[in-house]
Ligand binder design. Structure first.
Ligand code: 13P
Ligand code: MG
Ligand code: MG
Length: 371
């Protein structure tokens, strides 16, 4: 078995929430290189999207393995220490606990993982993609995944015999604090029930998708998690990361990227508190757009039976995506003209920065009933 683990966090960035420093990235590469030499990893890659560092790790430890999660935590912690020494903004921002108990879930970083049998006859080759998004929540992946895995409008390949039996979606209630409250829905027959839930991107998020014809084959993993409530305080949503395996029994990369042409409005942006369109960008892009516009990058890889990665292909770097970027910019301007009210800003309970809520509470206290 081989496992793809993508663990992503913001542990400090230059001049605001833009990007991590070169020294932080080099430290992350050095840590993973050591793990490669020790035999823990078979391969790795380190990228950034906005202010988030993404650690891509290939290994044989399985999903949720303590050795891998501890490696990711130590790597991010070392990068956070560098950020602190360099005086960067938000050093250690996503490391919400002192030390996790062998799993980074709930401790701040986002984790997407898929374990698969590299010898399975239905997967003679293993192409996959990593989507990394910044300035938004995991709900940003809901619509693109629903579109690709349920609608031939986006993925004509769904009509072919290998995909026609459909997919099983695992959706988590991100607002339920006491445990993982999940539902499984089978498409195509339940695609409207799925849409009914995904309508609410702040509460329900897709966590996993499996093939119904090959139930042991997981095609998608998203870092979707319960909202972090640490010591009674809401700590917001993670900027998400997603793994999608492609080709053959799964949608092709060209189908997978199709819905991103829509540049949908998502929750995120400045202080995680606005509604703005998400822009497809090249990998390693800093966030410097107006109002910290949400961005998404996509890297395509192949991995061989020994767990060795190919070089990466930067999917959204191609100029064919320039038009989508222009569209996102135009949609962003339209929304910004709406300022702070109504559809432009998230409802009070979704605002990521509690200072907004505290300010409102202070005003609430000043209301009185007219005599
Ligand atoms: P991050 O969640 O990427 O750190 O961004 C926070 C923010 O408030 C940007 O305006
Ligand atoms: Mg940040
Ligand atoms: Mg971020």
């Amino acid at each position: 078995m081989l496992t793809i683990s993508a663990i992503k966090a913001d542990v400090g960035s230059i001049g605001g929430h833009t990007r991590p420093s070169e020294a932080m990235l080099q430290s992350a590469r050095d840590h993973l290189q050591k793990a490669l030499e020790s035999g823990l990893l078979t391969d790795y890659d380190v990228t950034f999207t906005g202010d988030d560092i993404c650690l891509l790790m290939i290994h044989r430890q399985g999903s949720g393995a303590a050795a891998i999660h501890n490696l990711a935590w130590d790597t991010l912690k070392a990068a956070a220490d560098i950020a602190k020494a360099q005086g960067l903004y938000g050093a250690g921002q996503d490391l919400l606990k002192d030390a996790p108990s062998g799993n980074v879930r709930g401790a701040g970083p986002g984790a997407a993982e898929i374990t698969f049998d590299e010898t399975a006859a239905e997967r003679p080759a293993e192409p996959f993609m990593i989507f990394t998004a910044d300035k938004c929540g995991p709900g940003a992946f809901n619509f693109p995944l629903w579109a690709v895995f349920t609608s031939p409008l986006y993925c004509a390949g769904l009509m072919m015999p290998k995909m026609r039996p459909g997919f099983t979606f695992t959706v988590i209630d991100m607002e339920y604090p006491h445990g993982d409250r999940i539902i499984r829905l089978n498409t195509p027959e339940e695609h409207l029930d799925l849409a009914l839930l995904l309508r609410d991107e702040n509460r329900f998020g897709i966590q996993a998708i499996h093939a119904r014809k090959y139930p042991h084959q997981q095609v998608v993993s998203v870092s979707t998690d319960r909202l972090h409530t640490i010591a009674g305080e809401y700590k917001g949503k993670d900027d998400p990361v997603m793994i999608i395996r492609t080709q053959g029994i799964f949608p092709a990369p060209e189908e997978v990227v199709m819905p991103w042409v829509n540049v949908p409005y998502v929750a995120g942006d400045a202080r995680g508190s606005h509604t703005m369109p998400i822009m497809p960008v090249p990998i390693n892009t800093p966030v410097t757009g107006p109002y910290a516009q949400p961005i998404v990058a996509a890297a395509a890889y192949s991995v061989n039976k020994e767990g060795k990665l190919s070089e990466r292909v930067d999917v959204f770097a191609n100029p064919v995506w320039d038009l989508a970027r222009q569209k996102a910019q135009q949609k962003a301007e339209w929304m910004r003209q709406q300022g702070f009210f109504g559809a432009a800003m998230l409802p009070m309970q979704e605002l990521e920065y509690s200072a907004f809520r505290n300010a409102l509470e202070a005003l609430e206290a000043r209301f009185s009933l007219r005599e």
